[in-house]
Design a protein around this ligand. Sequence first.
Ligand SMILES: [Zn+2]
Length: 226
Amino acid sequence: MVHCPICGSENGSFATVCVSCKGFLRAKIENLDLFATVWMIVESPSAAFLKIVLSKHKNYVVLLSALFGIAVTYEFFWFMRWGNSSVNLFSLLAGGLVAGPFVGIIFLGAISLFLVQIGPKSVWKNTLAVVAYAGTPVIFSLVFIFPVEIAVFGGYFFGSNPPPVVLDPVAYYTLRTISALVGLWAVFLVGLAISVLKELPIRRGVLYSLIMFAGIVGSLVAIRSF
Ligand SMILES: [Zn+2]
């Protein structure tokens, strides 16, 4: 709830104009600046998600979804150990670059559709926008950690013959632990985004996010074991 500073009326949290006196409740946000918003996600994520919800245009959502998709596609190749087949490193890297953007847009679009339905309903466009920005840590790992993994392990990173952990255990566990923590950070951010978007307690939003991602990871484990 936001109280109007002019007449004192109660307004919805995302209102920009007062329902009774038509006074402005806050400055209009027309556009999102990519780097300023991403930095805000790191520094004060709740404020960043509120800004994203309030912004008229949801800039960079397609770009962020595409980069997120490339990152999760490489993680998927690693998880499925696709480096074991006759596919070489170049094909895997190129395949991720080409398929990743579509994977990201479809994946984030789908989980946003799901999240719209959980708890109080939210607008899909807003849901997709906060989720795409919440995936920022995964993009950090694509830019900063993944190249190191490829530099250290080459094509062996994606396989198990020999397992990359045998080649350099310290590097492997260090890099994979950082990636896992970055993934958890993104899961937490999605939860925080849901709580801001749907005006729920943070723990509720985080719980929804944890359940959803546990379901996704569980499905992947089931698929791999076939
Ligand atoms: Zn008012």
